[in-house]
Design a protein around this ligand. Sequence first.
Ligand SMILES: Cc1cc2nc3c(=O)[nH]c(=O)nc-3n(C[C@H](O)[C@H](O)[C@H](O)COP(=O)(O)OP(=O)(O)OC[C@H]3O[C@@H](n4cnc5c(N)ncnc54)[C@H](O)[C@@H]3O)c2cc1C
Length: 303
Amino acid sequence: MEDVIIIGAGAAGLTAAIYAGRKKLNAVLVTGPNIGGETNSTNDIQNYPGYEGPGPELMKKFWAQAKKWGVQVKEARVTKVTHAGHFTLELDSGEKMESRAVILCYGRERRKLNIPGEDQFFGRGLSTCTTCDAPLFPNKDTVVIGGGNSAVEGALELARIARKVYLVHRRDRFRADEVTVEKARAEPKIEIILNASPAEIKGDKFVKSLVVEDAVSKERRELPVQGIFSEIGWETHTGMVAGLVETNQAGEIVVDVLLRTKTPGLYACGDLTSVPYKQTVISAGHGAVAALEAYKFVTGAKH
Ligand SMILES: Cc1cc2nc3c(=O)[nH]c(=O)nc-3n(C[C@H](O)[C@H](O)[C@H](O)COP(=O)(O)OP(=O)(O)OC[C@H]3O[C@@H](n4cnc5c(N)ncnc54)[C@H](O)[C@@H]3O)c2cc1C
C-alpha cells in the first residue's frame, strides 16, 4: 500500500513528486513514456518565472529534482482507478497497485481528425503542433485545420515561414479572437476556406495533398500541400476514473481550489482539470497544492 500514487510526469506530476518526496511520503510516480509531458513540445518557453528556453530543458530540471527527492518511478499507463476505502490502480502491464491517495496529472490529448491518411502521415507532413513544426516547412505549401486561436495563430506563424497557408474551418466563422482573425484575413499568404471539412490526406512517403469537402455542396477540392497542421482542440479522457470525479461541459475534471475531486483522497491537477488556463506554471502550482493536500489526507493532519 503506497501513501500516494501520482499519475503522469508532466509539470504537474513532477512537481507533486518533488513535494511528496520532501514530505517523506511513500510516493510512486506512474507515467507513460512522455516524461516532461506537453511542455516538451515547445522550444521556446518565455513565461515560466525564472526560466526562458526550450521546454525539454526545463522538464529535465523538473525530472532531476523529482528523482533527487527519491520518488519511485514506474513506466506504465494507468488504465483504471477504483475506490473502496483505498484506491486500486490497474496498469496496462496487467499489474495492480494500491494507494491511500491518488493525484491525477495525466494531461489531455489532441483531438483526432478521423480521416483516411491520418495515422499513415502523422509525422510525415501531418503535425499537431504548429509551434513545434512550422520551421520544418520553409517556402512550402501548408494548411492549418481549425477555427480557434491555436489554428489562426498557427496560420499566422506559418505565414512567416511557408510559401502558402490554407486555413480550413468547418464552420462559417472562427471561434478565435476577432483581432487575430483580422490579422489572418490581412495576410496575403493565407487563403481562408470556411464551411469545409478535411476528408482525406493523400501522399506517398510524405504528405502531398489534403482533400477538403464543402459542407453545403459536398464538392471536394484537393489542396496541394506538403505540411498539414491539425489544430482542432483537445480531449480529456476520464473513463479510467469514471464515477470518482465530476466533469464539466468540456469533459474536464472538476476540482475545488485545493485540487480535490468529489472522492476524498483523489486530486486532479493541470491540463486535465476544469481550471481554464493550461500552462506549465499553473500545472506545477497545482502539483504542489495537491501533494500538500494528499500529505494532510494521508497523515490525517487537520486543516
Ligand atoms: C505546442 C505547445 C506549446 C506550449 N507552450 C507553452 C508555453 O510556452 N508556456 C506554458 O506555460 N505552457 C505552454 N504549453 C502548455 C503546457 O505544455 C501544458 O499546460 C503543460 O504541459 C501541462 O502539464 P500537465 O502536467 O498538466 O500535463 P502534460 O504535460 O500533458 O503531462 C501529462 C503526463 O501524463 C502522462 N500520461 C498520460 N496518460 C497517462 C496514463 N494513462 N497513465 C500514466 N501516465 C499518463 C504523459 O506521459 C505525461 O507525462 C504549451 C503546450 C503545447 C502543446
